[in-house]
Design a binder for this molecule. Structure first.
Ligand SMILES: [Cu+2]
Length: 180
């Protein structure tokens, strides 16, 4: 069946209108999620020089691990490197706000805390930040989930979640796993 020139143009207009409506629906959904539900992709872009991470500043060795913040939550600073986590065990209080700040001096690594929604890539040059809260006490495994080389399968750390009354930071606000 032959379609007239006007018929084609009308059909194209209808499809263009339909696509415009679909685009508006998607855009509205994205804006609704971002503005009303505060759901948006990680937007924390913080840069760091991978060559000098461990020399000084936030990720120098003596500043790594768990530290109690003045507001009550804890921050965990970690270096992921071929093929270990520094430190390889962190202690956190149960049901308190926890912020992970993680960097890599060499290649891309990834962390996940098994059984939780903590899951992020660690890209050299960037500080990865994840905020969470651990509801239950106990020990959780934190493997590297981004293949990073021959020792990747050995690359695993622990998150020890302890009841608040067992979380005893030192005068500096730092807490360490009793044994590794
Ligand atoms: Cu790794």
């Amino acid at each position: 069946m032959a379609i007239s020139e006007t018929g084609v143009v009308q059909s194209e207009r209808r499809w263009a209108l339909a696509m415009a409506v679909v685009s508006v629906i998607f855009l509205t959904a994205i804006l609704y999620a971002a503005i009303a539900q505060h759901l948006s992709p990680p937007s924390n872009v913080e840069l760091i020089d991978p060559a000098t991470i461990h020399v000084s500043g936030e990720f120098a060795e003596d500043n790594l691990g768990t530290r109690l913040e003045p507001e009550g939550g804890v921050v965990i600073r970690l270096v992921t490197t071929q093929f270990s986590f520094v430190p390889s065990c962190v202690v956190v209080p149960q049901d308190a706000p926890v912020t992970f700040r993680v960097v890599s001096p060499d290649v891309i690594h990834g962390i996940m805390v098994v059984g939780t929604n903590v899951n992020t890539m660690i890209v050299p040059g960037y500080i990865s930040r994840v905020r969470t809260r651990f509801a239950e006490a106990g020990e959780k495994l934190m493997p590297c989930h981004e293949f990073c080389g021959l020792g990747h399968s050995q690359m695993i750390a622990k998150v020890r979640v302890v009841p608040v009354n067992e979380f005893k930071p030192d005068a500096d606000g730092r807490a360490h796993c009793a044994e590794p």
